[in-house]
Design a protein around this ligand. Structure first.
Ligand SMILES: CC(C)(COP(=O)(O)OP(=O)(O)OC[C@H]1O[C@@H](n2cnc3c(N)ncnc32)[C@H](O)[C@@H]1OP(=O)(O)O)[C@@H](O)C(=O)NCCC(=O)NCCS
Length: 178
């Protein structure tokens, strides 16, 4: 039986849906987390080219981290309901306040459990990178994100200031099972 949702890498097949996802965030104040700068790219194909660079050790742009992007697609209508990205090895300041995994859910598709499902589904990929635990960060005011992390086994370690978002964020570790 075909699954109702798939977590896949974005491709040319989804150009329209990527555009639509980006547009939903244009009318909303939330950060477009877990989408590797999609906000900057008016043309989805330019974003795909950028992602390809980020995925390869030899071509990661300066100041970026090796990164893999996923989209969460609802098969019934092929809509991208969420995006989630993995930094393979956050270094420097991001090691403190950024962490390995970031995500967002389309503003019109929230409170349906999608963030929780998506994070659950990306963890085996993190394990395949050789990680034994992953770091995620979220501010206490972001109740949906904190609950998503805790539902996936996240344990709060400490709070740090996020210089990018100007809020204190909790650092949560999820241990990946063998
Ligand atoms: C945070 C975010 C990803 C949550 O997505 P979502 O698909 O709505 O989350 P889920 O449906 O899986 O909800 C998880 C839990 O949080 C709760 N929740 C979600 N949004 C909430 C909100 N705004 N206020 C209070 N509770 C909320 C849900 O009810 C659910 O609780 P439960 O497990 O007790 O039923 C989404 O709001 C978003 O994209 N925000 C902008 C980007 C962002 O902040 N990303 C995270 C960076 S740290």
């Amino acid at each position: 039986m075909m699954s109702e949702f798939v977590l896949i890498k974005p491709s040319f097949e989804y150009l329209e849906q990527i555009k639509a996802y980006r547009e939903e965030f244009a009318n909303c104040l939330d950060w477009l987390h877990g989408a590797q700068g999609l906000k900057r790219f008016e043309e989805p194909q330019d974003w795909l080219s950028y992602l390809a660079l980020c995925e390869n050790d030899a071509t990661v742009p300066e100041g970026e981290h090796k990164y893999s992007q996923f989209i969460y697609v609802r098969m019934a209508d092929k809509k991208i309901v969420g995006m989630i990205g993995v930094r393979h090895k956050p270094v420097g300041p991001l090691e403190t306040w950024g962490g390995h995994v970031g995500y967002s859910v389309s503003p019109s598709e929230r409170m349906k459990g999608y963030a929780t499902q998506m994070l659950h589904e990306v963890l085996p990929y993190c394990k395949s990178l050789g990680l034994n635990r992953v770091l995620l960060t979220a501010g206490d005011e972001n109740v949906g994100s904190v609950k998503t992390i805790i539902a996936n086994g996240g344990i709060l370690e400490s709070y740090v200031m996020s210089p990018k978002h100007h809020v204190m964020v909790g650092r949560y570790w999820i241990t990946l099972p063998d």
